[in-house]
Design a protein around this ligand. Sequence first.
Ligand code: SF4
Length: 511
Amino acid sequence: MNEMQTLSDHADQMDFDLGPIDKQDDLRYHPDLDGDTLREECGVFGVYGHPEAAAITALGLHALQHRGQEAAGIVSFDGSRFHSERRLGLVGDAFSRREVIERLPGNASVGHVRYSTTGGTILRNVQPLFAELSAGGFAVGHNGNLTNGLTLRRELVKGGAMMQSTTDTEVILHLVAQSKRSRFVDRFIEALRAIEGAYALVALTNKKLIGARDPLGIRPLVLGDLDGRPILTSETCALDMIGARYVRDIEPGEIIVFDEAGAHSHKPFPPKPPRPCIFEYIYFARPDSIVGGRSVYDVRKAFGAQLARESHPEVDVVVPVPDSGVPAAVGYSQFSGVPFELGIIRNHYVGRTFIQPTQSVRELGVRMKHSANRAAIEGKRIILIDDSLVRGTTSKKIVRMMRDAGAREVHFRLASPPILYPDYYGIDLPDRGGLLAATQTLEEMRETIGADSLAFLSIDGMYRAMGYPGRDPANPKFSDHCFTGVYPTHLTDQSEVEPQPRQLSLLAEAS
Ligand code: SF4
């Protein structure tokens, strides 16, 4: 399939069933989640006016692969037609062949790497989504999750809309299609007024490349310049990948439009204090990215140093849980003066454990992914540093692996606070019942993972590491609700939200 037709024309290539939405595809349910870390949301990329738009987009998506490994897609426009290539799997598998890129002519394109938070891993959910509207073709790629997506979808279906995918993103297409405004950008803004939640969007029409960020700026979106051509993408690491210059962040609530006349910025929403997702710093973003003007690597090192400041047992070596625990472990070692050792070796050819389909493979996956470096830890008192703890399954296996390899003591530290609440903004966190910290005391968690001691970075410590005196409940500066339960937007689809849990007791060190 190459030349873009309307969504329904592709039906013969998709396993369509327009039956009622089953639980699997509902916003609130991901029954197969049992990994021990967060699942990233997605990554977006867009370029305008570049003769090799699709090739540049494929490279950019490659740099964003850590934000989603399930599927990837690119839509390009060649001045008269749209072209689309969407695949399940990794960017390198989908877009490394020349003939695939050659099927995406044009000097403008948008791309998306996907990890499903809403809607299953099926081709019809692969983005960018495309539809032929009265104003012409429209492609959109979304990073984040709409907290009223289900409600809007039901209203649209009741109104006769025919949904082609089970993603929340598709409601944006239908809202734009149903707008009575004349100018495209006004139709797009009207659609954004109706949605709630987190979004970083890239969109393509026959005349424009559009970028948009939700009014709180929960998900990141940056602007770059490649030989005078604008680039929109989730992270600066994608700009580095293609040799583009970083220009600025797209501001919260901003819609930026690029066309032949140049760049046009719109700020249609009432200004609000920004609440970018703090987990981008803790885990999601690549360490070499600059997010919100901060080096992700430096922030993670600062989390590690603050962790050492808050709780430091007598140990011989600092051992990171690779890769995401490495910067914090460097910071911990530099602050505490305890030597840093690669006590765990990561096999980089396994891919992210929690993306594996079955539990048994996932069990194996942990051993396939990590192995103990006996020379660095045998007979030693070690402290393991990881970025976060969700269910504790991987942490438990790693502690056991260190003991099996001869470690005398195994202390465990997390460079983020305990995760107590589910996320509704594009992160695949389990419900509260699946969160170890929401169901066990610190001492119970220590016993569960089998460590000699366990501690988490405090919430105030996390903010201090970011350069603030602590968390200001009146204006918390970041989205941090998986730790605090304070959600930055109304949660239309999730009518009942659990009350504030017992927080403070979990931050005391268990030993
Ligand atoms: S719950 Fe909030 S802070 Fe946590 S990952 Fe989601 S958006 Fe980020």
